[in-house]
Design a protein around this ligand. Structure first.
Ligand code: FES
Ligand SMILES: [Fe+2]
Length: 350
């Protein structure tokens, strides 16, 4: 007798899973940015998080993040348009309004609309100029979103860089952001100094959400070519706060009490596709055009792109015996150890 395996379809899981299912369930509990708040309007915007296609739209002040698949025949709602009362599916005209609920079935205007026609919606909030979403968090619970220092401080300017798409695993990207030994090699055209290659010792401390690291060195953060404000022997403190799995903030202490905070929030669209969001706070240069800050930071991220898109293996080996490490890797070793402690696979996102 022929035995045929009938695939099991679970609408709560993505159809095309690039993560190991075990890792996917762990990752789905966290919050990630999925869009820039300034890009969201009543018109539907399509994106992806952990392989799940998402549609984002607004109804008055309500933010809706839902699975980007019409419950009728699976057409993406991001192909549709909002007519003022909801997003209209381009195939048979079903319309989805507040809370993602279907409020019109044109073929049967007299029928009561069953719950089966409502969109599957997800917990979502706006914070730091970004739309954050969790695929499994309870909608009524306080969202567990990493803290961005100085976001509500009137002495600081708040900006949000345009998003950057990178063809790599989010874990490799995040690890590059907290790596302190590559400045001279990857960033000589922005802030690194090719002659300043030695990495002083630094410390890491485990925290509730991950760990922190304090790195003090002579590597500045002004665009190269500018002087260091006449402070030759200035030591730069870089304070990192890492929130597992893929977000970190870096507070750079400049001369004269100037500070800049960059959040590196790596959003895993798939296991090989990362969308990087980067809100920034600074208490200096507040009158300069924000485009200059965007351009400088994007240039730095572009320098990193060459590295993170070419690392092999593409996944992050959490088993420390699989790659070689030196003392300057203290942060990345800690990162891998803590991810492993959270039960992510030894070949994370293989
Ligand atoms: S597929 Fe959307 S209305 Fe039929
Ligand atoms: Fe870098």
């Amino acid at each position: 007798m022929n035995s045929t395996t009938i695939p099991v379809f679970n609408p709560d899981l993505p159809i095309h899973m690039t993560f190991e299912e075990h890792d996917w369930h762990l990752l789905a509990q966290y919050w990630y940015p999925v869009a820039l708040a300034r890009d969201i309007s009543e018109q539907p915007l399509g994106t992806r998080l952990l392989d799940m296609p998402l549609v984002i739209y607004k109804m008055q002040d309500e933010l809706i993040v839902a699975k980007d698949a019409c419950p009728h025949r699976g057409v993406p709602l991001s192909l549709g348009k909002n007519d003022g009362q909801g997003v209209v599916c381009p195939y048979h005209g079903l319309r989805f309004g507040t809370q993602g609920k279907c409020n019109r079935i044109p073929a049967h205007p007299q029928h009561k609309i069953s719950d089966r026609f409502h969109l599957r919606t997800y917990a979502a909030v706006e914070r730091y100029g970004l739309i954050w979403c969790s695929l499994t968090a309870d909608k009524d619970a306080e969202p567990n979103i990493p803290v961005m220092p100085y976001w509500n401080d009137a002495d600081y300017q708040q900006l949000v860089c345009p998003q950057v798409d990178i063809k790599c695993f989010a874990g490799r990207q995040l690890e590059g952001f907290i790596d302190v030994a590559h400045f001279a090699w990857v960033h000589p055209d922005t802030f690194g100094d090719p002659n300043d290659v030695e990495v002083p010792n630094y410390t890491t401390t485990e925290t509730k959400y991950g760990f922190s690291a304090d790195y003090i060195s002579s590597v500045g953060r002004y665009p190269i070519g500018l002087d260091q404000c006449g402070q030759e022997d200035f030591k730069w403190l870089r304070h990192f706060e890492i929130s597992l799995p893929f977000t970190a903030t870096l507070t750079i202490h400049f001369p004269n009490d100037a500070k800049q905070v960059i959040m590196n929030a790596a959003s895993p669209m798939t296991a090989r596709q990362t969308r990087l969001f980067a809100p920034i706070c600074r208490n200096y240069d507040k009158d300069l055009p924000v485009e200059e800050a965007y351009d400088f930071n994007l240039k730095i991220f572009e320098e990193d792109r060459l590295i993170v898109e070419n690392q092999k293996p593409e996944f992050l080996p959490l088993d420390l015996s699989l790659e070689a490490h030196f003392p300057a890797d203290r942060s990345s070793s800690m990162y891998r150890k803590l991810l492993r402690k959270k039960s992510f696979s030894p070949l994370f996102a293989a």
